[in-house]
Design a protein around this ligand. Structure first.
Ligand code: HEC
Ligand code: HEC
Ligand code: HEC
Length: 375
């Protein structure tokens, strides 16, 4: 008789193996989440690092190196990050903000970056959240010179240049009266106005900061100081030119008068001559005189500083955007070709079109500046 086959050792070995496998699998299951987390964390920090580089080269010029905000909004802000999902950030960066100089960055919208690069930017910005500061409520010190600019643009039309008084409203630059009442009284008067007597209510029109600046101006007048507005001759003349082209004689006269205190003696002569021409309704002669007085490139400087300088450098020597000085590209194009180029932008780069931001006329002033840089 053949001995009965004994399977017991095999069954035992099989059982032990199965149990061992189950234990190993269990351990694997225990460790898996940590493993996934480690891999995810590594991915995340790679994304953040990649985003950091893209941000430094492309965004810091407008949003500040630490996202604190400059010409562009503060991104390193608890309020913004708390209320904005990754998806929304992704969308804002992809499409840009129409009507502002925030360009579209995704290739889908004509910008330079892939979706992955934009996701890296989002990861980098999101990583600020745990330490992001509350946005600082701007505590800008009141500034009499800024106040004088507001006064020249808003109050002088009734209260006269430098608050000297005019037919429409009493003098404000009267040291005696200014000493009778304190800042709080003036603030109240300006905020509430005296609508029945022709003094408008400014509290709903001007920002609190602007009213602070006006109070600072009155404070300077109280001490008998003279204050020059922080505005440039170029700005007043370009406002006047704009008004002339709209056949608005009243505004043109207003801006030309506002330009006078900013002008030197030969400019004063020209501005007075233009004022006479405006009064006599010789608008195109007035325009020609003003254009001659202030070359378009001077007006262009102002527009360049707030629209192009963040990317092309304050003096046009380049940054994120190419250098615009001694540029073969600019030299090879006519003025109208350049206006068209800047209006449309260049697909696949951060050079977005400006057609919704600047008029052709404004662009032509900027082009005049670019031309002046080609010598
Ligand atoms: C030429 C200047 C400029 C550059 C360069 C720029 N931005 Fe902006 N950005 C702006 C401005 C201006 C705004 C605010 C638009 C507005 O008024 O709502 C803005 C808004 C934003 C917003 C929306 C913020 C909010 O509060 O709604 C995000 C997000 C943003 N930018 C991200 C970026 C990133 C990321 C980059 C780089 C890839 C970048 N920006 C480059 C000017 C710029
Ligand atoms: C539309 C014309 C007009 C404009 C614009 C105007 N005001 Fe007046 N304001 C008046 C008139 C009129 C009075 C005098 C009211 C009265 O008779 O009580 C006055 C009175 C005042 C007084 C009180 C003066 C006093 O000694 O009693 C202050 C202060 C003042 N204005 C400040 C301002 C400031 C600051 C602005 C610009 C933000 C401004 N006003 C713009 C018409 C104007
Ligand atoms: C958000 C950044 C940004 C802003 C703002 C910007 N540019 Fe650009 N610009 C660029 C970039 C990037 C290029 C280069 C595109 C490329 O690589 O072909 C460029 C290219 C140009 C060129 C072509 C230069 C060449 O040699 O090909 C001109 C001209 C120009 N920009 C003018 C302007 C003017 C004028 C403004 C303001 C009205 C302006 N740009 C605002 C980023 C910007």
């Amino acid at each position: 008789m053949r001995p009965r086959e004994n399977y017991t050792p095999f069954i035992a070995a099989g059982l032990i193996l199965t149990v061992a496998l189950m234990i190993v699998f269990q351990i694997y299951l225990w460790l898996e989440p940590t493993r996934i987390q480690t891999v995810q964390a590594a991915d995340q920090s790679t994304a953040v690092a990649a985003g950091r580089n893209i941000f430094a080269e492309n965004c810091a010029a407008c949003h500040g190196e630490k996202g604190e905000g400059k010409l562009g909004a503060a991104l390193n802000s608890r309020t913004l990050l708390k209320t904005t999902t990754d998806q929304t950030l992704f969308g804002l960066i992809s499409t840009g903000v129409p009507g502002t100089i925030m360009p579209a960055w995704s290739q889908t919208h004509g910008g330079p970056f892939t979706d992955q690069q934009i996701a890296h930017l989002v990861a980098f910005i999101r990583a600020w959240e745990p330490t992001a500061p509350e946005p600082v409520i701007a505590t800008i010190a009141p500034d009499p010179a800024r106040g004088a600019t507001i006064f020249a643009g808003t109050c002088a039309i009734c209260h006269g240049e430098d608050g000297k008084g005019a037919k429409a409203a009493p003098a404000l630059n009267d040291a005696k009266r200014l000493k009778e009442f304190d800042d709080a009284w003036y603030r109240d008067t300006i905020m509430h106005g005296r609508p029945a007597k022709g003094m408008p209510t400014w509290g709903t029109v001007l920002a609190p900061q602007q009213i602070n600046d006006l109070i600072a101006l009155l404070g300077a007048w109280r001490e008998g100081r003279e204050v020059t507005p922080t505005t440039s001759l170029a700005k007043q003349i370009s406002n006047a030119l704009f008004a002339i082209r709209q056949f608005d004689k009243v505004d043109a006269g207003f801006y030309l008068s506002a330009a006078l205190p900013l002008a030197n003696s030969s400019q004063t002569k020209e501005i007075n001559a233009a004022l006479e021409l405006v009064k006599g309704n010789h608008l195109s002669e007035a325009e020609a005189r003003l254009v001659a007085l202030l070359p378009p490139s001077e007006i262009g400087k102002e527009l360049y500083a707030s629209n192009c300088a963040p990317c092309h450098g304050d003096d046009g020597s380049g940054g994120l955007g190419k250098s615009l000085r001694n540029s073969k590209y600019i030299q090879s194009k006519s003025d109208s070709e350049l206006v068209d180029f800047v209006a449309v932008g260049r697909k696949g780069t951060a050079m977005d079109g400006f057609k919704n931001i600047l008029s052709d006329e404004q662009l032509s002033y900027i082009i005049a500046l670019l031309r002046a840089w080609q010598k």
